[in-house]
Design a protein around this ligand. Sequence first.
Ligand SMILES: C[S@@+](CC[C@H](N)C(=O)[O-])C[C@H]1O[C@@H](n2cnc3c(N)ncnc32)[C@H](O)[C@@H]1O
Length: 222
Amino acid sequence: MALVSNHKFLSSNPVIRNIACLTGLKRPSSPRYVGMKFFRENSTWELDVKRCPCDLEFIDYIKDLGIEGKNIFHFGTGVHHIVGLENQKLDVPNEIIGITAAVPEHQAYVKLVLKNPDLAKYYKVIFADIYTLTANTLPRFDIINLFHLCEFYLPENSKITHHNDASLLQIFIDKLNPDGKIIFYSGSSAWGATKSLIKSLEETGQIKQVHEYKSLVVYTKA
Ligand SMILES: C[S@@+](CC[C@H](N)C(=O)[O-])C[C@H]1O[C@@H](n2cnc3c(N)ncnc32)[C@H](O)[C@@H]1O
């Protein structure tokens, strides 16, 4: 148990890392046990409505609330890119910037755009570690989803990133347009940690909850 709770030891230990890479973690869903390099090179997240319905719920949210022509940030595209593909079908698509830290997921995006160049008009996918983004590299948004906040931060990478989860959340709040919404996913494996960050921002009067939609929790600037 001590080993399992110490992900820094696991991801920096070459023997453990090799075992992790050779066994069931060929397509790791988290960098925690395999390290960022292996995760980046190999991770591919397929659409899985039972394990992770957030992207499908986000699409339903956009459709149900008639959200069109807005600027959207989307944390964690998956290999399926369903958010970009469904957005493209709207009468007035939103302009979405998605992010993935996984090469296969980014390659899937490149292939989709080569087949369907219209996709890139409204859906751009950055290959980057979200913790390296800064106020200078981000525009303002009407809607920001941080579905996977607190799931993937690796403290051992702090020298090559700019943020941890708390400071990342802060720059995204600062990037919200007036009346903009920031949306979290209560089914996240790190929902406990995310909820604590949200609570402290609510307590300091920075954000307030607007509503819930399925497993999504929607906030705005207070
Ligand atoms: C569990 S998958 C979920 C994908 C999608 N939202 C879904 O529900 O099907 C997590 C996503 O977050 C991305 N991700 C993980 N760590 C990241 C990081 N540090 N920076 C940017 N994206 C990251 C992964 O590449 C992947 O696309």
